[in-house]
Ligand binder design. Sequence first.
Ligand code: FDA
Length: 569
Amino acid sequence: KSTPRYDFIIVGGGSSGLVVANRLSEDPTVSVAIIEAGDQVFNNTNVTSASGYGKAFGTQIDWAYESEAQVYAGNKTQILRAGKALGGTSTINGMTYMRAESSQIDSWKKVGNNITWFSLLPYYKKSEYFEYPTEAQISMGASYLPEFHGTEGPLSVSWPTEMVGNNFSSTLNATFQALNLPWNGDANSGSMRGYNVFPKTFDRELDLREDAARAYYYPFTTRPNLDVYLNSFAQRLTWSNDNSSVAFANGVVFTDESGKEQRLLATKEVVLSAGSLRSPLLLELSGVGNPSVLEGLDIEVKVNSPFVGENLQDQTTVDTDYTANANFSGAGGFIGYFNATDLWGNSTAAYSKTVKASLERYANMTVQATGGVTDRETLLKLFQIQHELIFEDEVVISEVIVNAPSSSSGLLEYWGLMPFSRGNIHIKSTNASAPAAINPNFFLLDYDLKQQIDTARTARKVATTAPLSDILTSETTPGFDVVPENATDAVWGDWLKSVYRSNYHYISTAAMMSKELGGVVGDDHLVYGTANVRVVDASVIPFQVSGHLASTLYALAERAADIIKASHQ
Ligand code: FDA
């Protein structure tokens, strides 16, 4: 039997990969294959249910990668969740649809990319099928600015069918106002500060989660030029033997459902969309990476690309519990987004200076903690851009999610949005399914802990401010016995390090930046040193965004698809 041949092979049928596969296969003369390690989960109620968040964790559709021990954060390992299914992580995520601060997308220009908020906005809209809230939903807090939303895209974005009522949103609004945090009528507008009731990747008509497969794949299964290989685990790319100076990928080797090794041929391009904790590993397994990583494992260096797997960034999340004297039903998400001045008030300018003066130390510490692949001067440049975002652009740096109390208990989730710490991810074996060394270096740098501590203090303030405090009767975790009212940073810090988890917003492991700054791909997503390999997934995002990642990834993938199409015209 001859080896199947396609114009394009997409490795990973996840949030980003399915967008690219869909758009490329719009042209019936173009053939596209998707290689996806997981199965389809169309009828999996852990996926589809509006209130099912968390139910898929630890099941067969959760990769549940394990990090290295986090030596700056209590020495424990962390579970790093990611979806293993057609639809990828969009099948298990929290469904929050929240973009970014416009200045954060604009900052990508400073690292060599021709992308701005205004150039990406049309792609956010292109992906979106925005379901306008009903009058009833508006009365429960749903609000939007129409100019920022698209109504003709494939991805349903809406407020949940059954929203939390009983004035919970107005109770929260009054609480946040009491803390001087204003109402934000549309936090997806590029300006995130304030309190809002956010929309979700949710299909209100069907009352189901909207994942990437429901949006971008299932309605298009009849396309004869689009094939999906499920339960198929990609191992590496293969290269053409021509002697050109740039490497040309001509196929992908994978293990099929029965465990047999198979191959597909690519005539035009291979697109890696396996997620930020996989795409860099596939590059390394294919000989694209840092020679010191590859040679140690006897992998022939096809492309010397030293920064593959570097720049790994994530955030840290903490949950706190409350007893409550009211019980709400329905779904809904309520967020307060705070910036540096909200957190640090009159001392913000002084703290900005302190952090600025620490950037060289941060760069040195990062060099030490990451094996020095990215040098001190480069890190300093990247950190300066981040400092500007935090203290000059005043992007939001704290997210406080308040869940409506149900069964008489309440839950707050919060995280610092702009940590500086960077780590890395590398293969430890030539066996593609062997675990990798994944090290986010949580809390390596003191700003990150301070940001988390003052986010925690802010969250506690929210819970203890009226009128919310009339509903949340007492704090059960951490509790004032464990973390007293006027607890020091040290007490807060120890507690936070003992309970935090990954926020699952891993980025930048094949960063879109100039080569000089440690980039792996250009703003066309093409891997430097290759003629036809692109990375289109969370691996490319150079700095953390304050929103949640999926909306920005859908937009970026839409943009990437246009670029790929244009380059083959
Ligand atoms: P994604 O993970 O979607 O796709 C990668 C695909 O590649 C997967 O289908 C995987 O199985 C496949 N794959 C991997 N290795 C392979 C191999 N070797 N061969 C073949 N296939 C392979 N964001 C948000 O916006 N709102 C939210 O509420 C949340 N909440 C949230 C909760 C949880 C628990 C997680 C883990 C994450 C979130 N996020 C989120 C983050 C967001 O969902 C996430 O960043 C994106 O979905 C990632 O999209 P990608 O396209 O990068 O990878």
